[in-house]
Ligand binder design. Structure first.
Ligand SMILES: NC(=O)c1ccc[n+]([C@@H]2O[C@H](COP(=O)([O-])OP(=O)(O)OC[C@H]3O[C@@H](n4cnc5c(N)ncnc54)[C@H](OP(=O)(O)O)[C@@H]3O)[C@@H](O)[C@H]2O)c1
Length: 183
């Protein structure tokens, strides 16, 4: 079986954070709304989601479950009470967890939703194929990074840069598997 590609989508402030210190996602809302077409296009090729426990809890606390019935994996070493339909909770090595998620998928790629801690574990395991960044014109002044504690360096190759609505910039990178990218 061919493993589905893993695409890490994240929205980042000008000073390089994906969330402010309190972790809330309210600052993102106007940009997510303005960029909804871009999100819909990405969703069209998505077959499943994966996220870390903190991001999952943030989503639940904010009362929004954006993931419908997509097969969704929440990584944690703790129990999770009454997850929404389609959500599976696991711990352990990212590759083994992804293989289980892949077995539940019927099509598409895996959208790595974050946060940065989980993304760094995936990066270190060589599991991120594409990195889709939306840079928004906001300075948060502190917070959570897109890769928290990655062992790096890991190279990426730029595939696309585009202007988005509300002064956003979309950047698509692919992992530099050959190590031949920018030197
Ligand atoms: N701007 C954006 O696009 C965006 C997108 C998503 C999230 N975010 C923000 O990111 C913040 C959260 O990011 P974060 O880096 O703090 O946390 P996170 O990655 O969401 O969650 C970290 C937790 O995931 C669990 N985990 C991850 N990999 C695991 C594994 N292989 N096995 C077992 N458990 C594993 C651990 O939970 P346990 O301690 O339970 O073991 C770990 O403490 C939130 O504030 C959220 O709003 C922003």
């Amino acid at each position: 079986m061919v493993s589905p590609a893993v695409h890490y989508h994240t929205v980042m402030s000008l000073d390089g954070y994906v969330a402010p210190p309190d972790g809330c996602q309210r600052w993102l809302r106007p940009f997510l709304e303005a960029g909804s077409e871009e999100m819909q296009a990405a969703l069209a090729s998505t077959g499943a989601f994966v996220m870390g426990r903190s991001t999952y809890e943030q989503q639940i606390a904010e009362g929004e479950w954006r993931f419908g019935d997509y097969p969704t994996l929440v990584l944690t070493s703790h129990p999770v009470m009454n997850p929404p339909p389609g959500v599976e909770v696991r711990g352990g090595c990212p590759k083994a967890a992804l293989d289980v998620l892949a077995s539940r998928m019927t099509h598409g790629n895996i959208w790595l939703y974050g946060g940065g801690y989980t993304a760094a574990r995936f990066l270190d395991a060589g599991l991120i194929d594409r990195l889709w960044l939306a840079i928004v014109p906001v300075v948060l002044g502190g917070g959570w990074p897109p890769f928290d504690g990655a062992n790096g360096p890991t190279g990426f190759i730029r595939r696309q840069v585009r202007e988005g609505p509300k002064d956003m910039v979309y950047i698509l990178y692919e992992r530099d598997v050959e190590g031949a990218g920018s030197k």
